[in-house]
Write a protein that binds this ligand. Structure first.
Ligand SMILES: Cc1cc2nc3c(=O)[nH]c(=O)nc-3n(C[C@H](O)[C@H](O)[C@H](O)COP(=O)(O)OP(=O)(O)OC[C@H]3O[C@@H](n4cnc5c(N)ncnc54)[C@H](O)[C@@H]3O)c2cc1C
Ligand code: FES
Length: 256
């Protein structure tokens, strides 16, 4: 059940990449999380009417904690980046339909930029063995590498400018990994749409199922408005907030 809670902030870390990590006491929300890739909808100050959707990066039901990692992009996330330990956040969640993972599955996790944080939840909470392929603009923007190294059997990096790891986009590494080790249960990906399109194409060439998390603009976050409507391959519209944000790649209309 989705609930709105006032949650105390327990940790704020400004990561070297510039992103911000906030962990808060979840008031029971962590125990309601069913799948990695779900998100919380956070009220970002009195002047910001609409809540902002942020993926759940990691959680502990036992310790009642939720962690989110976000970039200071505009008014809402800037307000969020200025919060301190001990303050409260108005949080609605957990929301959405996340990544479907078999507890015994072996997953290739692919994250690009600010699409990287939700993939950590997949690495920690789903399946048995994972390889992560993470892409960033440059080495300075790389984040959560230690967390992924602990949770995955392998981590491969790509940067647009070649300053860390492979020089280029993640889809080249996905192709290489699937050529070397094709026995993955599925490819799971979050990041910009062009990246998701390329990754889905490679997975389909190898006949491996692929799920993608779509970052649409959102209003209500619970299926009550039409802000997040996205067209599917069969010409219908689905709500990214309620039916997604994670969809099987073959259901996405990549021409939209
Ligand atoms: C399901 C979901 C999960 C998300 N998870 C994360 C996360 O874990 N970490 C994180 O940093 N961000 C995440 N985002 C994106 C985040 O919600 C936006 O960055 C935020 O809403 C921007 O709000 P703002 O007020 O700071 O910026 P605004 O002033 O509203 O916008 C600033 C800039 O951000 C762009 N932007 C706004 N919303 C989105 C969006 N939904 N997708 C892409 N670009 C956007 C705008 O085009 C503009 O360039 C997620 C979005 C969705 C839909
Ligand atoms: S954001 Fe309102 S229906 Fe999805």
């Amino acid at each position: 059940m989705t609930v709105e809670q006032h949650c105390t902030i327990l940790e704020v870390t400004h990561l070297s990449s510039g992103a911000v990590s906030i962990t808060f006491e979840s008031k029971g929300m962590a125990a309601q999380i069913t799948h990695p890739g779900q998100f919380v909808h956070v009220k970002c100050g009195e002047d910001t009417l609409l809540r902002r959707p942020i993926s759940i990066c990691n959680w502990s039901a036992e310790r009642d904690l939720i962690r989110m990692v976000f970039e200071d992009r505009g008014k809402g996330t800037h307000w969020l980046s200025q919060r301190s330990v001990g303050e409260t956040l108005d949080v609605l969640g957990p929301l959405g339909h996340g990544f479907q993972m078999d507890p015994h599955g072996r997953y290739l996790l692919v994250g690009g930029g600010i699409g990287v944080p939700p993939m950590l939840g997949c690495a920690v909470h789903g399946g048995e063995a994972h390889t992560a392929i993470l892409g960033f603009r440059s080495g300075n923007h790389a984040m959560l590498l230690e967390d992924f190294s602990k949770a995955c059997t392998g981590v491969r990096l790509a940067t647009d400018d070649g300053s860390l790891g492979h020089h280029g986009f993640v889809d080249a590494l996905v192709r290489q990994e699937l050529t070397d080790n094709p026995a993955y249960t599925a490819v799971l990906a979050c990041g910009p749409k062009p990246m998701l399109r390329s990754v889905a194409k490679v997975a389909s060439e190898f006949g491996i199922p692929c799920q993608v998390s779509m970052e649409e603009r959102m209003g209500c976050g619970v299926g009550a408005c039409l802000v997040c409507a996205c067209k599917t391959a069969d010409g219908h519209y689905r709500h990214a907030c309620k039916d997604g944000p994670v969809f099987p790649a073959e259901e996405v209309d990549w021409n939209e």
